[in-house]
Design a protein around this ligand. Structure first.
Ligand SMILES: [Ca+2]
Length: 189
């Protein structure tokens, strides 16, 4: 239907938000293989969320249910109350710029969803709040790491007293350098 496409365009407009958090003066930009594993959830072999992903609340893998953004599998969180999320612990280079992206869609009554990065102790580092997303929409977050190298990427939502759900697929994380190539290192004096 054409109304569907219109809805996608409208939502995309609202979600094209790039958040850049600069925590250090050193910025390194290059391309590198992703430090994130099984971002499309195709390696998940059962309904129960397994490594490298970690589930909180009522979070399952949909396998071959036609709910994915691509491939066979996606994550599905569905609950009436409480916090429900998917996360993965990752290693990143300190003081380096990254871009995190995932495709997310929700039931109509979701108002309190979060997509982003926590530190090693699960405290918020950078996050984007989202509400209803009637079709799969790429959520994108640009950030610069601090001095630490361990983080947790996550997507989750608070269910607010009624049956509601969030589905996630196709996570990617780009940025960082494969080698130490910081400009200015070999300056000499
Ligand atoms: Ca998938």
């Amino acid at each position: 239907m054409t109304s569907k496409q219109f809805a996608i365009a409208t939502v995309t407009l609202f979600i094209t938000i790039g958040i850049t958090q600069c925590l250090g003066s050193v910025k390194v930009k290059a391309s590198c293989p992703t430090p994130l594993f099984d971002g499309d959830f195709e390696e998940q072999s059962s309904q129960i969320v397994a490594s490298p992903w970690v589930a909180e609340g009522k979070t399952d893998i949909d396998r071959g249910m036609g709910n994915s953004n691509s491939g066979q599998n996606n994550v599905s969180m569905r609950n009436v109350t409480g916090w429900n999320s998917i996360s993965q612990r990752i290693k990143l280079q300190p003081n380096t710029e990254y871009e995190l992206k995932a495709y997310v869609r929700t039931s109509e009554n979701v108002t309190d969803g979060y997509f982003g990065v926590r530190d090693a102790n699960q405290n918020a580092f950078v996050e984007l709040k989202f509400g209803r997303l009637s079709q799969y929409i790429p959520l994108t977050l640009r950030f610069v790491t601090g001095n630490e190298s361990e983080y947790n990427i996550f997507t989750g939502f608070w269910a607010v007293g009624q049956d509601s759900w969030v589905q996630v697929d196709n996570y990617t994380l780009t940025g960082g350098t494969c080698k130490q190539e910081q400009q200015g290192v070999e300056k000499g004096n």
